[in-house]
Design a protein around this ligand. Structure first.
Ligand code: FUL
Length: 446
């Protein structure tokens, strides 16, 4: 599996910034006819965006470099509808430059949303627009340093001349691969990662395969059914993991009337458990306001959420504890993947034998009874996704009692249950398509 894919999985949670003329017109889908002067943030502060992203525990950010209205947040050579034509900073501003610099200072990864649909560009709906998009993409991917993701939304409406575009995605993918070989491309069907089929940020069931069949499907209206996008395909031909997108507010862009509707830290945490905790990545939209700052309400929720994450997952009760493996394992040694499931190292894994005699069981002894309510399992996805079902039990007296069971694991599975007190705990892999490789098992009281 390419390094960029593994790096993408480890990025796990990042912020999305929808920002542009819609921020000032109060629209969600701008018409493309807005005057450039409409875009006029009074106090743009990308430092503040990045500080808050860090406090929330995000590892990166993605911004709408261009949304459907066609307005470019940077002075693109290939458009006349950009920050350059606006009075903001006398036409000398560049939002992407400020954000890229702030990301570098804060060690955050960066990605761009470049809407293929363009309601402003005069050539949209003609073959020439594919040249325009290819040039714009080339400019964007060569000017702001390394990117971790490129975002292609599925919306494809009509342009100013009433025509829809037939996109040359194949050409765009080639440009991306050449200029940003470490970036993963998001769209409904990848090729890097897939839309999870809803905008609530949720994997809806316990099952989430990173593999997907894309043959015969297209981006946008021609995509796979949303439940397939949500769960993936068990025998899917391509590694196209799910990315869950959701906004901290009802809309994607900032609207003052939604200030009272910002999701709470608890709601965000619940979304996290149902996205990252089900093996997907989470992209959480936080729209900057008309000042060009993240609104106080949003930042309060995000900072509290970040603390919940940090404190909740700070003390892994299995670290340093004696772990017994009931059966022994054939040590699996291609490359570096030998290690223990409670060594805190994502890059080491243990093979759990599916041998019928010994049983595919990993046992933990906490030495004294402890209270806990959350378990995290991680699979060594560098070798693929294998586990189909598993259960977790605690020992009460001489008997084992099941406290939870589930299906897939993948990059990360977080299972929560009412707090219990126990000394012995075991994880049993019930079904797997191949020898299960667990890289981590963690236990918490959150
Ligand atoms: C969709 C767009 O139409 C929405 O405006 C928003 O950008 C969302 C994330 O993607 O395709």
């Amino acid at each position: 599996m390419p390094r960029r894919v593994l790096a993408w999985h480890e990025t796990e949670f990042y912020l999305f910034f929808h920002f542009g003329p819609n921020t000032f017109s109060n629209l969600e889908w701008g018409h493309g006819t807005e005057t450039e002067d409409l875009f006029n943030p009074t106090d743009l502060d990308c430092e503040q965006w990045c500080r808050i992203a860090k406090q929330a525990g995000a590892k990166g950010v993605i911004i709408t470099a261009k949304h459907h209205d066609g307005f470019c947040l940077w002075p693109s050579k290939y458009s006349k509808h950009t920050v350059r034509e606006s009075k903001w900073r006398d036409g000398k501003g560049d939002v992407l430059r400020e954000l890229a610099d702030a990301c570098r200072r804060h060690n955050l990864k960066l990605g761009f949303y470049l809407s293929p649909w363009d309601r402003n560009h005069p050539q949209y709906g003609t073959p020439e627009y594919n040249d325009v998009y290819a040039n714009t993409l080339t400019e964007l991917l060569s000017s702001y340093g390394e990117l971790f993701e490129i975002w292609w939304d599925g919306a494809n409406g009509e342009g100013p001349n009433g025509k829809r575009q037939v996109y040359d995605f194949h050409r765009f993918e080639k440009i991306a691969a050449q200029l940003q070989p470490n970036a993963v491309i998001f769209s409904d069907i990848g090729p890097g990662c897939r839309w999870a089929g809803n905008e609530q940020g949720l994997i809806l069931t316990e099952t989430n395969w990173c593999t997907l069949d894309t043959a015969g499907f297209q981006r946008g209206a021609g995509g796979p059914p949303t439940d397939t996008l949500n769960q993936g395909n068990f025998n899917g031909a391509h590694w196209i993991p799910a990315e869950c997108d959701v906004s901290i507010r009802p809309g994607w862009f900032y609207h003052a009337e939604e200030d009272e509707k910002v999701k709470s830290a608890d709601q965000l945490f619940d979304i996290y458990l149902h996205s990252v905790g089900r093996g997907a990545n989470l992209i959480l939209n936080v729209p900057p306001d008309r000042r060009g700052r993240i609104h106080e309400r949003d930042s309060a929720s995000l900072v509290e959420f970040g603390m919940k994450l940090k404190e909740g997952f700070d003390n892994n009760l299995l670290r340093g504890r004696k772990r017994e493996l009931v059966h022994r394992i054939c040590l699996y040694t291609p490359r570096r993947i030998v290690g223990e499931v409670n060594d805190g190292d994502r890059n080491t894994a243990e093979a759990v034998s599916l041998d019928r005699v010994f049983g595919p069981v990993v046992n933990f002894d906490l030495r004294i009874k402890k209270r806990f309510n959350t378990i995290i399992l991680r699979e060594q996805i560098a070798e693929g996704q294998r586990v189909q079902s598993f259960k977790i039990e605690i020992k009460k007296g001489k008997k084992w009692h099941e406290i939870a069971s589930s299906t897939t694991i993948g990059s990360r599975k977080i299972i929560t249950f009412p707090t219990i007190k126990a000394r012995r705990l075991r994880v049993t892999i019930l079904k797997a398509r191949d020898m299960p490789l667990l890289s981590e098992v963690e236990l918490y009281k959150i």
